[in-house]
Ligand binder design. Structure first.
Ligand SMILES: Cc1cc2nc3c(=O)[nH]c(=O)nc-3n(C[C@H](O)[C@H](O)[C@H](O)COP(=O)(O)O)c2cc1C
Length: 196
């Protein structure tokens, strides 16, 4: 899995900075119909680690008044960035698809699905592949939004074509996001200076 970053690249999503989804209703979490909104035949599904994809999901969710579902693994990824990269690489190399914490209760009720994820190892993260393998998107309009750390969407569209073969697919939004690797390395170096 390639995970080399160019430190000169700009951090994107600054225009969207400050937007969070802290209080939005999630399909999986909603038990009081809080997620029943005016455009409830459209679902925004997303996976995120460091938050970039969540910001975009939130913009779509609020703009279109859709339902919202966060893909989460049953066993969370490590908090440490480098351990997560190692685990993701191992899953990728072995073809492991981690189990989901939750599934969408009524996928049949949605006509349009926006699907957002970060590029991991030049591909679709394994847990997003689990989502695609366990939800029937046949006949639905699938609109991907993909964030990456400067190296583009990789083979994401091929994976979507394979795992959602019977969905109608829209051209994805592909957008560069900030790199947790660079942030981690910068902060770690800074900590060394303030500690001494
Ligand atoms: C495990 C892992 C693998 C990654 N692999 C790539 C990659 O192959 N190419 C790339 O451009 N960025 C890669 N990135 C960076 C993310 O795609 C990028 O920072 C993304 O915007 C993060 O989205 P998020 O904040 O929603 O998690 C990787 C990040 C992680 C954690």
């Amino acid at each position: 899995m390639s995970e080399e970053y160019d430190p000169a690249r700009r951090i994107l999503l600054t225009a969207l900075a400050g937007l969070t989804l802290a209080n939005v209703p999630l399909v999986a979490a909603a038990s009081d119909n809080a997620n029943v909104l005016s455009n409830n035949r459209t679902l925004v599904v997303f996976f995120t680690r460091s938050g970039n994809t969540r910001v975009i999901a939130g913009v779509i969710h609020r703009s279109l008044k859709t339902d919202l579902f966060e893909i989460e693994p049953a066993k969370p990824y490590p908090e440490d960035y480098f351990q997560t990269v190692a685990q993701a690489k191992s899953e990728h190399d072995r073809g492991t698809l981690p189990a989901l914490k939750n599934t969408v209760p009524d996928m049949a009720g949605y006509q349009t699905v926006y699907l957002g994820f970060p590029v991991w190892g030049t591909s679709v993260p394994p847990v997003v592949q689990t989502f695609l393998s366990t939800h029937d998107l046949a006949g639905k309009l699938l609109i991907p939004f993909i964030t990456h750390g400067g190296y583009g969407k990789g083979d994401s569209e091929d994976v979507l074509a394979r795992l959602a073969a019977d969905a109608k697919r829209e051209k994805p939004l592909v957008i560069e996001g900030s790199q947790e690797r660079r942030t981690t390395e910068t902060v770690t170096s800074w900590l060394e200076t303030v500690r001494s």
